[in-house]
Design a binder for this molecule. Structure first.
Ligand SMILES: NC(=O)c1ccc[n+]([C@@H]2O[C@H](COP(=O)([O-])OP(=O)(O)OC[C@H]3O[C@@H](n4cnc5c(N)ncnc54)[C@H](O)[C@@H]3O)[C@@H](O)[C@H]2O)c1
Length: 326
């Protein structure tokens, strides 16, 4: 394998995937419209500026670079925004993938890895969530992702493409040398916001609900280190290249962490105390979400290596200190 087109590779997870791709001696070409991504995060290969909503732009890039595989990260990701602007989400998250798949069909490119999400499950029947659980997404975001999954499964069954559908739980952390990390704007994710609050640069945090049926009353989520996610993408590409037509798997650790455990880890690792106010629960938030990891282990040989919470926090902190100049 010589070249991978990383669609959305200027964003958080895509840029870490590029780093891992380059470390394997493969050339990552980033295709991105920089709507939420950053030029400075494209460090390991060419940046082709373009928009997947414009068929000619993605087709042109596929023809020009003739990649051996595609990793597709580009999407609108903020769940609340999806409820307010559903057409924006359907156009980008689902329509954009139709353009990509049409381009792949025209140019004969077969292998694609897709960033899906645990949001496709909706409220889980049981945890840890296995891939056999029904998909009943409860958000516009989750439905746009599930629609892509169904489309890709249809195409794979018809022999058109080989695809890996990777359902991430909560991506977190940063590359351990601190050169790239999480830079969403606005940032809605817990760890960067808690670090900002702890360092005195951000507002006090809001802790939504302390009366969940969990070990300390706060939500449990399954945080997976972004470089572990990147490794899983490479394992998935290898599996597709070996002829496997369809992979559908969770990517998580199987071990959930509560919000208070994260805040305690931040105190341990940084020596700083995140300040927070307790608020009511947010409607729709599940008490606990965690991934069954057996399928990813069996199928991809994937086992997270850096996803214990203190390593995630230490790597995120290294990146943010550098970014904030503290
Ligand atoms: N961050 C998480 O915890 C998480 C969890 C589950 C799934 N995911 C999925 O992983 C993927 C990457 O998430 P992220 O956190 O890196 O998001 P991000 O916003 O940092 O990255 C998305 C990238 O896609 C680009 N992009 C968006 N629309 C585009 C378009 N029309 N044309 C070209 N480029 C476009 C953006 O500029 C950005 O660089 C998304 O598909 C998201 O749904 C993320």
């Amino acid at each position: 394998m010589e070249r991978i087109l990383v669609v959305g590779g200027a964003g958080y997870i895509g840029s870490h995937a590029c780093k891992a791709i380059a470390a394997r001696g493969i050339e990552p070409i980033v295709f991105d419209n920089l709507s939420t991504g950053h030029k400075h995060a494209v460090k390991w290969g060419e940046l082709a500026i373009g928009d997947i909503r414009v068929p000619q732009e993605i087709e042109g890039a596929l023809e020009r670079y003739k990649p051996d595989a595609i990793m597709h990260f580009a999407a609108c990701i903020e769940v609340g925004e999806g409820e307010r602007y559903p057409l924006k989400f359907w156009t980008n998250n689902t329509g954009g993938v139709i353009n990509l798949l049409n381009g792949m069909s025209k140019t004969g490119i077969k292998n694609v890895v897709f960033s899906s999400t645990c949001a496709v499950y909706g409220q889980p029947d049981a945890i840890p969530i296995t891939e056999r659980q029904a998909c009943n997404p409860v958000s516009v975001y989750g439905r746009t992702k599930r629609a892509v999954e169904e489309m890709m499964i249809d195409l794979s069954n018809a022999g058109g493409i080989r695809c890996a559908i990777l359902r991430y739980f909560n991506a977190a952390g940063a590359s351990s040398d601190g050169d790239i990390g999480e830079e969403h704007d606005p940032e809605t994710h817990l760890i960067p916001n808690a670090l900002k609050s702890a360092s005195g640069l951000g507002a006090r945090m809001k802790l939504f609900g302390t009366d969940y049926p969990t070990r300390d009353g706060t939500n449990i989520r399954d945080y997976i280190h972004v470089m572990d996610l990147a490794d899983a993408h490479l394992a998935a590409v290898d599996k597709l290249a070996s002829g496997d037509p369809l992979i559908v798997t969770n990517l998580g650790t199987g071990t959930g962490v509560t919000v208070l455990e994260i805040l305690r880890s931040i105190e341990r690792v940084t020596g700083l105390k995140p300040l927070y106010d307790v608020c009511d629960r947010r409607p729709g938030d599940a008490a606990a979400l965690s991934a069954s990891t057996a399928h990813a282990a069996e199928l991809l040989g994937f086992r997270p290596k850096r996803s214990d919470i203190d390593t995630i926090i230490a790597d995120a902190w290294r990146f943010h200190r550098r970014k904030w100049g503290i």
